[in-house]
Design a protein around this ligand. Structure first.
Ligand code: ACO
Length: 324
């Protein structure tokens, strides 16, 4: 027997406003053709004035709780991954905690940008298997529209807003690779790459929020190698392979990065969940948004083996493999 953390429910939320490539092309010098060809993105959602990251996160969390058949009071840990919190402090997770009416347990944020959901999931798993908490909400939520330079066509077309959440529970599992729940996680970072993808402001440097800056080609160059490394680690740790997993749910930054990674690993295209066309890159929210979409449309079923991975600012990158 061993303690494991299993996913009881999923939920997500997208702001109502959907912005198409054609609409963006009226604001900056770009085209639907360029964006589609280079990224696969057709549209993204943008939060309304006054609609904050913690509000999106709370909606996603409520839906995940409903899907899990639990009440907010059942949760004693909230780990929220975001690079766009409502305030410099307190942590957005504490605002979600308050909005859900939870007054016990602990809530905190994790900062790993696009890899945030994998980092938050891995962190929550460790609390659960150590016995520090019983049931966790793991949330990825972002309002990247607030940190984009809307004059910079090389970045503003790529990102979107949204939130996704998973409810996790600790339980005593037989301790085999047939167990339900998280079977392995692998997190990495290398801070030497800061200038390739960063926000040019912050409380301690400029006293401003700043805007996202990216050397797209440089990020692309590193992405596929880093992604495959942590996936190879996940396969080695569990004995699963490209052939024996059921679903590959990657971070949704760019269709070309996703298909290049899947090809390199030998993962069949029909196992790859892609939502980037509808959501753009929602950073920490992209994986739980994609998981929720594939669970609700009937693709991901109970008992399926799911591989997730992400890579982003820092650089940070990571993978997790679980049986749903
Ligand atoms: N519309 C039209 N033309 C554009 C646009 C735009 N939105 N943006 C750039 N261009 C132009 C450039 O100015 C350049 O023109 P030039 O040749 O006259 O100089 C031309 O298009 C080619 O630009 P590149 O930057 O070379 O285009 P590239 O093929 O590298 O595609 C992209 C750019 C899509 C950003 C790509 O590098 C990429 O996907 N990088 C990965 C970055 C990423 O996904 N980051 C997400 C965050 S990290 C993560 O989540 C993993």
């Amino acid at each position: 027997m061993m303690r494991r953390a299993r996913i009881l429910g999923l939920g997500s939320y997208l702001p109502a406003r959907r912005v198409t490539n054609e609409e963006l092309a009226q604001r900056v010098d770009t085209s639907d053709e360029w964006i589609t060809q280079r990224t696969g993105i057709k549209a993204r959602h943008v939060a309304a004035e006054g609609e904050t990251t913690s509000m999106l996160a709370t909606r996603a969390a409520e839906r995940a709780l409903e899907n899990a058949g639990l009440k907010a009071a059942d949760i004693d840990l909230i780990v929220l991954a975001t690079a766009t919190p409502d305030y410099t402090f307190p942590a957005a997770a504490t605002q979600v905690q308050a909005a859900l009416g939870i007054t016990h347990g602990v809530a905190f944020d994790v900062a790993a940008v696009c890899s945030g959901f994998v980092f938050a999931l891995s962190t929550a798993e460790k609390f659960l298997i150590a016995g520090s908490a019983k049931r966790a909400l793991v949330i990825g939520a972002e309002t990247f529209s607030r940190i984009l330079d809307w004059e910079d066509r090389t970045t503003c077309v790529l990102f979107g807003d949204g939130a996704g959440a998973a409810v996790l529970e600790a339980y005593d599992a037989p301790g085999t690779m047939q167990d339900q729940g998280i079977l392995t996680t692998h997190l990495r970072s290398d801070g030497r790459h800061r200038e390739k993808l960063y926000v040019d402001g912050g409380p301690s440097s400029t006293k401003t929020v700043g805007h996202l800056r990216m050397e797209g080609k440089e990020v692309f160059k590193h992405a596929v190698g880093m992604i495959t490394d942590v996936i190879v680690d996940a396969f080695a740790a569990t004995g699963y392979s490209a052939e024996t997993i059921d679903w590959f749910v990657p971070h949704q930054a760019n269709r070309r990065i996703i298909t290049a990674s899947a090809d390199k690993l030998g993962i069949a295209p029909e196992k790859v969940v892609i939502t980037v066309q509808d959501h753009g890159n929602t950073s920490a929210a992209s994986i739980p948004l994609a998981l929720d979409a594939a669970m609700r449309d009937g693709r991901i079923k109970r008992g399926d083996v799911v591989l997730i991975e992400a890579m982003g600012g820092g650089f940070t990158w990571g993978s997790a493999l679980f049986r749903y």
